[in-house]
Design a protein around this ligand. Structure first.
Ligand SMILES: C[S@@+](CC[C@H](N)C(=O)[O-])C[C@H]1O[C@@H](n2cnc3c(N)ncnc32)[C@H](O)[C@@H]1O
Length: 242
């Protein structure tokens, strides 16, 4: 797995900083899902993979943990995560350590180092396809990560697909408007088509090769993310209990 960073670094931070408002409905949806799904058990240590500065990570959810380790290959990420989240976490007595490290290549070692920790892949698994043109290799890498996590409590939010949108959806928060989200696996036929229509997708959409991250027994939640005004992502989130 290459250490080249095509999905993080200064361009990501700039995009995230200036998109705070348009990304807010997705961050809200993610926060609601996280609180509904995950109540940390004791001892509550969280490994947050691909954390960047935690631009989309709700601080209130993080504050439930006693100890958090973030991992990102971007050398800026740790400083920015501390800047965005550190003070509030420390005020709550949460121990935060930010590591500059490849969380996927080192996953087996990290799992050994933190045997009691739960793991959250924070919008990183869907980025692997940008590091390699070998589609099967990427799918194998993801499968290897999933295999390594056997017996562990873990979750992920990741890009399922992304692509151009028609811009027809009225995003002004008029009463009764609900940000597009849907529960369940939408990988086949009619359901996927309905969902893509709902998020105003215009083909072609890019598959982020994350269709096998969660087996069908794991309940998943789908959220739209207006990454750019005319280019949206379909995020899928799920949580696995051993
Ligand atoms: C789409 S961004 C998500 C950032 C973050 N979750 C947030 O809310 O700001 C993907 C992040 O994954 C990081 N990343 C990519 N491959 C990685 C790897 N193998 N190990 C750790 N971090 C990685 C990138 O540097 C980038 O910060």
């Amino acid at each position: 797995m290459s250490n080249t960073n095509l999905t993080g670094g200064p361009a990501w931070h700039w995009q995230a900083w200036r998109s705070e408002k348009s990304w807010a409905p997705t961050v809200d949806a993610l926060e609601t899902w996280l609180f509904a799904k995950i109540t940390p058990q004791t001892p509550s240590t969280l490994l947050l993979m691909g954390a960047s500065a935690g631009w989309m990570m709700p601080n209130a959810w993080l504050r439930q943990f006693k100890e958090i380790h973030t991992f990102d290959i971007d050398p800026l990420a740790g400083y920015l995560f501390q800047w965005r989240h550190g003070k509030k976490l420390r005020a709550q007595g949460v121990h935060l350590t930010c590591h500059t490290q490849n969380a996927l290549t080192h996953l087996p070692d990290l799992l050994k180092t933190y045997p009691q920790a739960c793991v959250f892949f924070d919008n990183v698994l869907g980025q692997l396809r940008f590091n390699s043109s070998d589609i099967q290799g990427v799918e194998k890498n993801i499968a290897r990560c999933v295999q390594a996590l056997k017996g562990r409590e873990w979750g992920s939010v990741h890009d399922r697909m992304s692509g151009p949108v028609s811009g027809a959806l009225d995003l002004s928060s008029e009463e009764g408007f609900h940000w597009p989200q849907a529960s369940g696996h939408l990988d086949t036929g009619e359901d996927a088509q309905k969902w893509l229509t709902r998020i105003q997708a215009q083909s072609p959409w890019l598959d982020h090769l994350t269709g096998q991250v969660f087996s069908k027994e794991i309940s998943v939640h789908n959220m739209a993310w207006a990454f750019k005004p005319n280019y949206w992502h379909w995020l899928q989130a799920g949580w696995v209990k051993p």
